[in-house]
Design a protein around this ligand. Structure first.
Ligand code: GDP
Length: 362
């Protein structure tokens, strides 16, 4: 699976957001929602294209893509030295593929802030410093080992030494490893260390109900994120929690009152999906219209393998219709008549939204 870990200091709204995400998952979509562990939830990825496909195909059921969110509680200053849940917390982050860093940008005197005041930039620095310190420890250990092996003429080890040494100055300064320019080979060499600050990261700015505009706290987060090339998703976790609790009719009315056309959570989920480097292709049969998740850059056989390993092994070709063509020509037969159905082979790199039908040997 593809996991996005939710991190942040205590009392910034992580659990509120996580609960809303998983609750919305059950109610908004009729999907086999499952809680794998209390703090892990599979969440359907909202995608309006599914509705458009279903309106044409009229299938028995519609299945969205899903992604996994993990609520990782317990980070405080000193975690890398074992404070709070310390190492357990860091181990949990290590298992994720991307990080959603929740930052408190709402002021509420009733809710204690761990450092005594609402200060998003200081909060971000606290978390990023702990992550960088944890990585520094991993990198220093790995460096000692690689240096030993490099003496024994191990060429890969010698290369690894160079990469690890490149990371150390940044980590020493509390800057993330992802701020260091690395080529593909260097990234590959680092993969097995699962460095925390090398994971793709976005910031979730938890703002007050009226805090989406003219909010200096939010602007400060935006500026910092821009300097890192990171995305910021502003959200009011409290409103999202309220929305998630309503039934469908009440929800529509509540959102209309607030001038929202969809829950803010949808933006969080889509941003997470993108952060993980994922994209969607569709299968559109009368039994089922379904969104499948692949990585950006995956070829047609790889995409087939997501449905079944036999589809990948025995792959012959993929009948392919671009999403826009499928909609414009009102389905497969229309698209086919218009010459918009292509036969794509093993090398074809699947595009987001492709409607695919696989032919395979078994
Ligand atoms: P966590 O420790 O980061 O998981 O934080 P929680 O989700 O438990 O939230 C801590 C407290 O802040 C709870 O009392 C929440 O109800 C409250 N809270 C969360 N989000 C918001 C928000 O957007 N606005 C306000 N005013 N309170 C919030």
């Amino acid at each position: 699976g593809f996991k996005c870990g939710i991190v942040g200091l205590p009392n910034v709204g992580k659990s509120t957001l996580f609960n809303a995400l998983t609750q919305a998952g059950i109610e908004a979509q009729n999907f086999p929602f499952c809680t794998i562990e209390p703090n892990t939830g599979m969440v359907p990825v909202p995608d309006a294209r599914l509705d458009a496909l279903a309106a044409i195909v009229k299938p028995e059921r519609v299945l969205p893509a899903t992604m996994e969110f993990v609520d990782i509680a317990g980070l405080v200053a000193g975690a890398s030295q074992g404070e709070g849940l310390g190492n357990k917390f860091l181990a949990n982050i290590r298992e994720t593929d991307a990080i959603a860093h929740v930052v408190r940008c709402f002021v509420d005197d009733n809710i204690i802030h761990v450092s005594g005041k609402v200060a998003p930039l200081a909060d971000i620095e606290t978390i990023n410093t702990e992550l960088a310190l944890a990585d520094m420890e991993s990198v220093e250990k790995a460096l000692l080992r690689a240096q030993k092996s490099a003496k024994g003429q191990d060429k890969d080890a010698a290369k690894l030494v160079v990469v690890l040494e490149k990371l150390l100055p940044a980590l020493h300064d509390g800057r993330p490893a992802r701020s260091v320019a690395l080529d593909d080979d260097e990234r590959k060499a680092l993969r097995s260390f699962n460095l925390l600050t090398l994971k793709p990261t976005m910031y979730i700015a938890n703002v007050a109900e009226d805090g989406f505009e003219d909010n200096p706290l939010l602007e400060a987060v935006r500026e910092l994120a821009a300097s890192e090339g990171a995305n910021v998703v502003p959200i009011c976790a409290k409103i999202e929690a309220d929305i998630a609790e309503l039934d469908d009719d009440e929800r529509a009315e509540f959102m209309a009152d607030l001038g929202m056309d969809e829950p803010g959570l949808n933006r969080v989920i889509r941003a997470g999906y993108q952060l993980l480097g994922l994209q969607t292709y569709f299968t559109a049969g009368v039994k089922e219209v379904r969104a499948w998740t692949i990585r950006v850059g995956d070829t047609a056989p790889k995409a087939a393998g997501v449905i079944h390993t036999d589809f990948e092994k025995g792959f012959i070709r993929a009948q392919t219709i671009a999403y826009d063509d499928f909609i414009h020509y009102k389905g497969e037969s229309g698209a086919k008549e218009a010459g918009k159905m292509r036969a794509e082979g093993k090398e074809y790199v699947v595009k987001d939204g492709d409607v695919l039908n696989f032919l395979f040997n078994n």
